[in-house]
Design a protein. Structure first.
Length: 137
C-alpha cells in the first residue's frame, strides 16, 4: 500500500502566473509586420515570422482588411469606453446662467414670503407699516 504523504511530496509546488494582459499593437508595428509578411516568399517564412513575433494569422487577416478599407487610423488600437463629448462654450454659459436665475428666483420668492409674513404680523399686532411704492400707486 502506498503512503499518501509520499504521493504529494514528489509533486512540484503549484505555480501561479500573473493575470494575462491584453496585447496592444501600435500602428508602426502593424505596418512593419504587414510589410514583412508581404515579403515572405519561401515556404515556412510566414510561419517563422508569426512564431517570432508571437502573433496569430488572424491578426494579419484583420490588419490586412483594415488596410484594404483604407483605414490608416484603424491600425492604431481603438480606445475603449465612452467617447469624449466636446461641450460648446455657449451651452456651458447657458447652464451657468440658468443656475443663477434659479438661485435668484428662489431668493426673491423667499424675500416676498418674509414681506408677506411681516405684513400679517403687523396686522395682528396692530402696528402700522409705512406705505410702499406699490400701495401708493
Amino acid at each position: 500500500m502506498t503512503n499518501v504523504m509520499s504521493l504529494t511530496a514528489g509533486r512540484p509546488e503549484t505555480e501561479v502566473t500573473e493575470k494575462a494582459k491584453r496585447r496592444r499593437y501600435g500602428a508602426e508595428f502593424k505596418a512593419r509586420i504587414l510589410r514583412e509578411a508581404a515579403a515572405c516568399a519561401k515556404p515556412g517564412e510566414f510561419g517563422a515570422l508569426l512564431r517570432r513575433e508571437g502573433l496569430y494569422s488572424s491578426h494579419l487577416t484583420s490588419w490586412r482588411a483594415q488596410a484594404a478599407r483604407g483605414q490608416l487610423e484603424a491600425l492604431t488600437p481603438k480606445r475603449r469606453g465612452p467617447k469624449a463629448v466636446n461641450v460648446d462654450p455657449r451651452d456651458k454659459h447657458i447652464a451657468v446662467m440658468e443656475r443663477q436665475i434659479a438661485a435668484l428666483t428662489r431668493r426673491a420668492e423667499r424675500a416676498e414670503a418674509i414681506v408677506a409674513l411681516q405684513k400679517k404680523l403687523s396686522q395682528l399686532l396692530g402696528i402700522a407699516l409705512p406705505a410702499t411704492e406699490d400701495e401708493q400707486s
